[in-house]
Design a protein around this ligand. Sequence first.
Ligand SMILES: Cc1cc2nc3c(=O)[nH]c(=O)nc-3n(C[C@H](O)[C@H](O)[C@H](O)COP(=O)(O)OP(=O)(O)OC[C@H]3O[C@@H](n4cnc5c(N)ncnc54)[C@H](O)[C@@H]3O)c2cc1C
Length: 584
Amino acid sequence: AIVRRAGPQDLDASVVFWADIVIICVAGAFFLFTLPRAVARFGPGGGWLDGHFFRSRRHVRNPRGTVSSENLTRDTHSGGITPSSAVSEKAVQVRNPLHMRAWQARFPGAMRILRYPMIGRIHTGGVAICALYFGLLLFAALYKSSIFKDPQRAGLVAASQIPIVYVLATKNNVLSVAWGTAYDKLNYHHRFAGRLLVLAANVHAIGYIYLWTREHRWLRTIAQPQYAWGLTALILLDILLLFSLAWFRQKFYNMFIFTHVIASIIFLVAVSLHMSQAVPYVIAGAVFYGVDRIVRLLKTRIATATVTTLPEMCMTELTIPSINGGWRAGQHVRVHILSTGMGFYGWLESHPYTIASAPTVAHGAPEGLVLLSKNCGRWTKALHAIAAANTKGVESGSHVKVLIQGPYGGPGYTLPHSFSGAMYVVGGSGISYGLAGVQEVLQYARAGSNTVRIIELVWSVHHPDCLTPLLPTFSSMLAQALALDIKLTISVFYTRAVTSDHEFKEYALSPGLALEPGRPPVNHLVHDVVGRTLHAISDRGERRGVFVGACGPGSLGDAVRNAVSDLDVKGQSNLVGGVELHEE
Ligand SMILES: Cc1cc2nc3c(=O)[nH]c(=O)nc-3n(C[C@H](O)[C@H](O)[C@H](O)COP(=O)(O)OP(=O)(O)OC[C@H]3O[C@@H](n4cnc5c(N)ncnc54)[C@H](O)[C@@H]3O)c2cc1C
């Protein structure tokens, strides 16, 4: 009766309509679960304005943007930090950020199972959601129907999934905002929903093609515009699927993007002209797509960047001083280099990069937005060549115009500075995340809105020389942490043996910075951080847990995940107030 009153009257249309209603209800339930964490972002130190649009703030700069420890003294009465520089003369008011435990920290036992990678990098939780989604669509396709007798139903199932596939494909989408989950973390679901849509559309088409061929009216029928548009929509879907397969994506990334954008737009037109019942779903998909494109435009800036080579790290550093605020640690951008040096169409390509600096809460990132790009393929090597072609001397770097879009991704409703301890385990170019993460916590501490007492940064690299360009930054971070009464330790592990033709340099390492051979003993290090955090907060009532961020090769991520699971098994997660794992 409800179906007849509220939904479409025809059974086929009504079943798929109600399947979508179930999906919307589940999405709404997830939103309600995350709501308390969303609200916490509006509290002190929640930084709810950050992470959406870039800003250019006025700030006082000093060399390499570092804040010297001499500029900071601890105000023993308030517990806050008094910058003794001319920037501010009054003590910073301490306002601890609200801390809302994530579900993964509340139910570590269940999370241990749900975050276990099951198919590739897709975890058990993701596989379970996909399985339930598949079951729902299967029910919608088969309820009082048969794919052999009623090809119409499969077509409607395909059309009804258009909004879901399109909303999950966009970078700026309502689900990411509602769930506090970065768009890239939802991408596997876009791929799964997209494949089911293609499957349903093919079942629908094959059913009719078989019928028309059997009745000797295939040519006559397909000549009619309505069915010709249907065939066009099907071909576009199959092209979308083909070029999105992992092999094509990795080998021909530009082809994948080009076909995806063009085919997905024409598909919406084709399917509307094929099937009038699809129009509401097409409108919803087009709205999601259109809003995303508008927000992307609003998130786009053209700026001048300085590019410098970092030969020891086989990387290129790209700095944009004019953009110095509006992002969060862990977020990334997409960059176009507007230079003929990038090759014939290299300037048309946009590549994703994690931001390697953090904007100071009050004054903006001192050195601006920094990206570290590993020289690995054609595009990144061309960027490196532009930086190397600098004729004015190594210090100044080369200047290029860039088109930068973002910020995207990031930790959502998690506030790393609201924990008792924080740990970043990164490998190679993942150091961008580690640098931004540690700097962000230190900057919240300067602003008097931080509860982290222990921070550990673990960086795994091939060669010890990688340390050279970052030595001043690490030393500065250690000095700032000392002034802020935060125990920061930085451990750099190198995996490649030092050979006779490549000498080992003697580094003057600041206290708190260690350079060690071999792979990082991740399990031991994670347990150690939790142990030290427990010790550091033993005199305080509040246990806010430990934030663990990981970014790097899959094996490093696996090691961190296993270590966190081990803590969950031993009950240490609960003891410290929960351990929250964030994988970049
Ligand atoms: C969210 C995110 C953040 C990243 N952050 C960093 C970082 O901070 N530092 C860093 O060094 N690297 C980072 N990368 C990787 C970096 O984007 C790639 O190494 C770079 O785009 C490769 O370009 P290439 O053409 O020189 O290399 P290629 O050897 O041609 O490509 C290597 C692989 O990169 C992928 N790729 C190629 N072109 C693109 C593109 N336009 N967009 C997306 N992927 C592409 C393809 O899967 C390809 O297989 C990040 C990647 C992602 C997804």
